[in-house]
Design a protein around this ligand. Structure first.
Ligand code: PEP
Ligand code: MN
Length: 363
């Protein structure tokens, strides 16, 4: 089914200075104190950031962790608006949050990853936002389910919300990866292709989970032609009450933003999809996923090696491998992959795996 969203372009929201891309939303993971909020906002405002984020109610994994300052923090956001003329935004996870935000003049809200995964809550938020005019950003659901993400956008749109955007923050995974969340960029590409005019942000902070990945993830977002980034910045990250490892001081954010290469945008959809840079980036993303899969495979293979050692079983079981390989050749045809390619590729994987298991046996 052809999905449709009736949206107002980000250029008409009056939030961002589009003359210097990317669009940036920055601010602390959480509002912690008036001083922290004001100092961070000042640092960001000083180099031209117009949109300030801060979590007021925080969805935490464990009870007893810092769960946000609540309504009091909304007064600090009001002060940021007053003193620096910035637009302010926060996360809402239910109708009560929406009503409080309206009361305190919050300019934009976002729906967090855990909430997007819950259609009941999204519907409740959409109903509470009916008849308001504020933009709503929808983060991807924690699980990589594109339909769930689109469904959330549709619920909001049906409630009359036309200033809609999305934030890609990656997905929960059991795979061993360097990042906090699996980037899963291919889903961003799919959504972008379906809705080329939907304002699209990446969140390198929650995706990477660590300062060290902010630059590469932000650059990747630019290479994929996304519109902007939502990034966490704190005046003193070492003291942050949540997500301390992934926040950077405003002056470091300035340096990071200046280091980004922003790709030329193509307005025409066809051109957009066939842009060589973006196709190359898609290949890079797929290669990275292959690496992750190969790493997971090797890990399982090592476990098998340990198991074989403990039970004194021979490493190479030729017949089993022959069966697997012919099965792969058959399946490979379905994907347009030749017998020669499949044989070479899987034999290389198998050889590396056997070598690793031999090491374990000898060790
Ligand atoms: C956040 O932006 O502070 C946040 C909690 O993000 P997410 O919903 O992506 O985990
Ligand atoms: Mn955070």
């Amino acid at each position: 089914m052809q999905r449709q969203l009736d949206i107002i372009p980000v250029s008409e929201w009056g939030f961002f200075d589009e003359s210097i891309p990317p669009l940036v939303i920055a601010g602390p993971c959480s509002a912690e104190s008036e001083l922290q909020v004001m100092m961070t906002a000042k640092g960001l405002h000083d180099f031209g950031i117009h949109v300030f984020r801060a979590g007021i109610w925080k969805p935490r994994t464990h009870p007893g962790s810092f769960e946000g300052v609540g309504v009091e923090g909304l007064r600090w956001l009001q002060k940021v608006k007053r003193e620096y003329g910035m637009k302010v935004c926060t996360e809402v996870a239910g109708e009560k949050h929406v009503y409080e935000c309206m009361k305190y003049g919050v300019d934009m809200v976002w729906i967090g990853a855990r909430t997007t995964a819950n259609p009941f809550m999204v519907q409740e938020i959409a109903d509470a936002l009916r008849d308001t005019d504020i933009p709503v950003l929808v983060k991807n659901p924690v699980n990589p389910d594109l339909d769930l993400w689109i469904g959330a956008l549709e619920r909001l749109n049906r409630a009359g919300i036309r200033k809609l955007g999305v934030v890609h923050r990656g997905f929960s995974t059991t795979q061993k990866i360097p990042y906090r969340n699996l980037p899963g960029w291919q889903m961003a590409v799919e959504l972008r292709t379906l809705f080329p005019n939907l304002p699209f942000f990446a969140d390198p902070s929650h995706m990477g989970g660590s300062r060290q990945y902010l630059k590469e993830l932000s650059q990747r977002a630019m290479d994929l032609g996304l519109d902007g980034i939502m990034i966490e910045s704190h005046c003193d990250p070492s003291c942050a009450l949540s997500d301390a490892k992934q926040q950077i001081v405003p002056s470091d954010l300035k340096v990071l933003l200046e280091s980004l290469t922003v790709r030329q945008k193509c307005t025409n959809d066809r051109e957009y999809n066939e842009n060589i840079e973006q196709l190359r980036t898609r290949i890079d993303v797929i290669d990275e996923n292959l690496l992750i899969s190969l790493g997971s495979r090797m890990e399982v293979s090592r476990k098998i090696g340990e198991f074989k050692k403990a039970h004194n079983i021979a490493i190479v079981q030729a017949q089993r491998w022959d069966e697997i390989l012919s099965d792969m050749i058959e399946k490979g045809k379905h994907y347009g992959l030749s017998e020669h390619f499949i044989t070479t590729f899987f034999n290389a994987i198998h050889d590396a795996s056997v070598a690793e298991q031999n090491k374990i046996l000898e060790g």
